[in-house]
Design a binder for this molecule. Structure first.
Ligand code: GDP
Ligand code: GDP
Length: 438
């Protein structure tokens, strides 16, 4: 299921990062087996009531002059409109309503996206409420008074936010078409791949104006099946600050990955795998998505009989936390192995929602246990009672054991490998939940 994305926008110093940090709490977890994923606090997972969603902080740099502030806010608003399901527009009661707020409000209103207008720094409702009313002038409905610093009003604000979920998400949930996110750093060939796929005897299907995102998604029909490709390239602008480009590229990736079934990570063969590639790969890994690594521009490098092997080893080593990912060498320029890319997408999508019957699973586990005795500690031996698959996308298994402490990561990995040997599950991560049963 895809989690909604909530973007925080607003002028510098209104308290966006304070709000972000308050909402994220300690949930900005760095996934332990994902090296290279440094979190510069751009996105985080939040749970409110029964809702799980992802928040992104669109504001990064501190612009100095007023016209730069406005330009930078416009860009924040654009990226939020493009990537988010709900936009949290943050203003500041102490500075009051300023000109730039009005201009951004106009942009947001025109986008028809659900907007929640937040007035921050209302540290005392009694004292500041009279100043909150002026924000009605923005024409974005009821302003939600909060204090991000003293955690006031956040519950009511979140209630407003989650009310809007489902508007887009439900439509996408009903949409059975496979969704593929093409991710990767700039200039690796993401757009070229989509263009080439479009160009080859395939029909562009006119987009059904269901969701706002359809405008930027590309639908490609192949063998009677429609595929929705989510491009993360975005608009190319000159004079953009490097940090901003990177921040927006991460926000686009997070949003695209949330919405996809399978992510295709594009790597540039002429550069080899870089730190930025691993960082982007980590986003898809954490989200439990189907994963294909496409080494593009394969036409552009000099090759001998060892090149592919060498490249494979390098990628596998740098992305050792996702051994399940499928690896392909392609060229958007010549079209080499693009049909294979489609076949691989089909396979990964199938595996991502594959279900295995409980009986067979338990047979596999019993065999595995017989072959390689579970570990013991201080005279107590791990016992595995029962395994069952509880969900798909990604396939998720619960293993019941006598003592969770004894179930080491390496033994879980061993069981995972046995399951993979039996059923493949190529291209998809598997999730294991360990439960105790006395
Ligand atoms: P950003 O630039 O929008 O991300 O703003 P920051 O989160 O960095 O906050 C700017 C300043 O406002 C900091 O000094 C914060 O401590 C302060 N601030 C943030 N939230 C509140 C609040 O609820 N009440 C008060 N009084 N100050 C706040
Ligand atoms: P994006 O930023 O990831 O969308 O990258 P683009 O699709 O815009 O491609 C960046 C550059 O790489 C362009 O100049 C493309 O012509 C070039 N390019 C893309 N794919 C290939 C390829 O398979 N082979 C070669 N030689 N060049 C490619």
């Amino acid at each position: 299921m895809s989690r909604p994305v909530v973007a925080i926008v607003g002028r510098p110093n209104v308290g966006k990062s304070t709000l972000f940090n308050t909402l994220a709490g300690d949930r900005i977890s760095i996934v332990q087996d994902t090296p290279g994923v440094t979190r510069d606090r751009i996105y985080a997972d939040v749970t409110w009531l029964n809702y799980n969603f992802t928040i992104v902080d669109t504001g990064g740099i501190e612009p100095e002059s007023n016209d730069i502030i406005l330009k930078s806010m416009r860009e924040q608003a654009e990226i939020a409109i493009e990537t988010a399901d709900v936009i949290l527009f943050v203003t500041d009661v102490r500075q009051g309503l300023v000109d730039a707020d009005g201009k951004v409000a106009d942009m947001l209103r025109r986008s028809k996206k659900p907007i929640v207008l937040v007035v921050n720094k209302v540290d005392s409702f009694e004292k500041f409420m009279p100043d909150v009313y002026e924000f009605y002038n923005l024409g974005l409905g009821d302003p939600q008074p909060i204090s991000a610093a003293s955690q006031l009003g956040l519950g009511d604000m979140l209630d407003e936010v989650v009310k809007h979920f489902g508007e887009n998400a439900l439509k996408e949930e009903e949409d059975e078409r496979p969704r593929i996110a093409i991710i990767g750093k700039p200039n690796v060939g993401k757009s070229s791949i989509i263009n080439k796929l479009l160009g080859e005897d395939r029909v562009i299907v006119s987009n059904i104006a269901g969701t706002t995102r359809d405008a930027i998604d590309t639908t490609i029909k192949r063998n009677g099946t429609e595929y929705v490709f989510i491009d993360t390239a975005g608009l190319r602008r000159k004079n953009k600050i490097k940090e901003e480009i990177e921040r927006y590229s991460i926000i686009r990736t997070v949003s695209a990955v949330e919405r996809c079934n399978v992510a295709v990570l594009v790597i540039d063969a002429t550069e080899g795998i870089t730190d930025q590639d691993t960082k982007i790969a980590g986003i898809a890994h954490e989200r439990g998505k189907g994963m294909i690594i496409a080494v593009n521009k394969w036409d552009a490098i000099e090759k001998n009989d060892k090149t592919m092997k060498k490249f494979t080893e390098d990628v596998r080593e740098k992305l050792s936390y996702m051994p399940y990912a499928e690896l392909l060498f392609i060229s958007a320029e010549t079209g080499q192995r693009l049909p294979k890319l489609f076949e691989t997408i089909d396979m990964v999508i199938e595996n991502h929602s594959l279900r295995v019957a409980t009986g067979v699973l338990n047979e596999i586990m019993a065999e595995a246990v017989a072959l390689n005795q579970p570990p013991s500690d201080k005279g107590k031996r791990l016992r595995l009672y029962y395994i069952t698959q509880v969900s798909v996308k990604p396939p998720t298994f619960v293993i019941f054991v006598n003592d969770k402490e004894l179930m080491h990561f390496s033994y879980t990995r061993y069981i995972e490998n046995k399951i993979r040997e039996a059923f493949g599950f190529k291209g998809t991560p598997l999730k294991f939940i360990i439960r105790e049963r006395k």
